[in-house]
Design a protein around this ligand. Structure first.
Ligand SMILES: Cc1ncc(COP(=O)(O)O)c(C=O)c1O
Length: 436
């Protein structure tokens, strides 16, 4: 029987793709993506620190540094980055052999449907591959939707007042360009009552409202929104529900068919730990014809191939999509449930520690239904950027400042540990005493 450590190492080790460069081949073909790996039922419980310690080996940044800023960008595992680099080498080593006869062998991503990767991604988010486009990031998804939908002067779009620019600016552009009306609700701060958020949206809806566009997880205040209830509200009023899921894929359980939204976009380079340059755009099969494609190349008007018409962005680096495929493998091999439980466990440890410290405030939800793996907190009398800097100076911990009065946003992922969370709590406690 392999030892636990060896088992995991073997499970995560990929055969070198360079070994696959053939001496003689009719055409240079990428290895076909592996089917979705099942997580091993015999793996140790997620409370076993040795298991997570082994996972930590998958990351390049030194063990003396704690990375708590997945909310901005995830750290890419070795398993993933090495597959990207190997694939780029393969492309360069075989560039003369590509005969461009088979679309799936294309080394250029903007001309390839990349169907096996979309199938694998669909298994994670419960969507059909034909409902998913691989794009470059959430901003691109938001823009494709906002620019692609027909809107007349006076048509209303309702968002929150806590949007990331990459989730909202396309709607603002439509307001300026076409006379559409961009409105927003004022989010409660902190937000702990899902019904209150639904009521706030409902109060803004008029007969001219066409779209409710909201984040699944809010960027600066990390609220996990009552997305399913907001989708139902939108549909009750004949509006579309469009969700900015930049933070959701890989952080929380996501079932797009169950959620029922009309469209959804995400940045898998955050919580799924895919290399930057990977985005996901979902449009429900029966809503796709409501959206024009706005980045057009040869297949722009092909309505029979589902979301492929939204992947017509010209030459891109297909090795990055190989990285998305590898990130999905990595995630599935550890197990989506195991990842979610672990990151939630670390975040809950942080939240309950903060609640014991007089002078520290949690400025993000504490209602378990609205919490994920991120927490926003402050220390009385300490600016967010000073808190971030102190964490780095004293213990090499890297959360991200959200400024005053929010404090820092602290993201927990599988590369974090209990001692790292406890080190942050010690610093908070110390600063709170100093500023009492
Ligand atoms: C909620 C939200 N939406 C959209 C974006 C934009 O993401 P990207 O820069 O990957 O397009 C971000 C980035 O942090 C975000 O937090």
């Amino acid at each position: 029987m392999p030892s636990r450590r060896n088992f995991l190492a073997a499970a995560l080790a990929a055969p070198s793709i360079l070994d696959a460069i053939p001496p003689v081949r009719a055409s240079a073909a990428r290895p076909v993506p592996a089917p979705v790996p099942q997580s091993a039922p015999s793996w140790p419980d997620d409370s076993d620190p040795a298991f997570w310690d082994r996972i930590r080996d998958q990351f390049y940044f030194p063990r003396s540094e704690a990375f708590f800023n997945t909310g901005t960008i995830g750290a890419v595992p070795r398993f993933v980055l090495e597959r990207v680099i190997d694939d780029m080498r393969l492309v360069e080593a075989t560039v003369a052999r590509w005969d461009y006869t088979e679309r799936t062998d294309n080394s250029i991503s903007g001309y390839s449907p990349a169907l096996p990767i979309r199938v694998k991604l669909g298994k994670l988010v419960n969507a059909d591959a034909s409902e998913l486009a691989l794009i470059q990031n959430a901003t691109m998804g938001m823009n494709m939707l906002a620019s692609g939908i027909e809107l007349k002067a006076g048509d209303e779009i309702i968002t929150t007042d806590r949007e990331h620019p990459g989730g909202v600016c396309g709607w603002q552009m439509r307001a300026k360009r076409d006379g559409a009306v961009w409105k927003h609700i004022t989010m409660p701060q902190p937000a702990n009552d899902p019904e209150e958020i639904v009521r706030l949206f409902e109060a803004q809806i008029t007969p001219r409202t066409r779209v409710l566009a909201f984040p699944h997880i809010i960027s600066p205040t990390v609220v996990v929104m009552p997305a399913k209830r907001l989708v139902a509200l939108a549909h009750d009023h004949n509006c579309l529900a469009i969700i900015d899921g930049a933070h959701a894929v890989g952080q929380i359980d996501l079932n797009l068919h169950d959620l029922g939204c009309d469209a959804y976009f995400s940045s898998p380079h955050k919580w799924l730990l895919a290399p930057p340059g990977n985005g996901m755009l979902f449009i429900r099969a029966d809503r796709q014809d409501l959206f024009w494609t706005t980045l057009c190349s040869s297949e722009w008007d092909d309505h029979k191939s589902g979301m492929y018409r939204f992947m017509q962005y010209g030459t891109g680096n297909a090795s990055l999509q190989v990285g998305l495929d590898a990130a999905l493998d990595f995630h599935f091999r550890i197990g989506p449930d195991r990842v979610r439980k672990r990151i939630r466990f670390l975040a809950d440890r942080l939240r309950s520690g903060l609640q014991q410290i007089p002078g520290a405030s949690i400025n993000s939800p504490v209602n378990p239904e609205m919490c994920g793996a991120m927490t926003v907190y402050s220390v009385r009398g300490v600016h967010g950027s000073d808190l971030e800097e102190t964490m780095w100076e004293r213990r090499r911990l890297r959360p991200r400042s959200m400024g005053d009065p929010l404090g820092v946003r602290h993201s927990c992922h599988i590369y974090n540990s209990e001692p790292e969370v406890d080190a942050a709590l010690e610093i908070v406690s110390d600063l709170a005493k100093q500023h009492a």
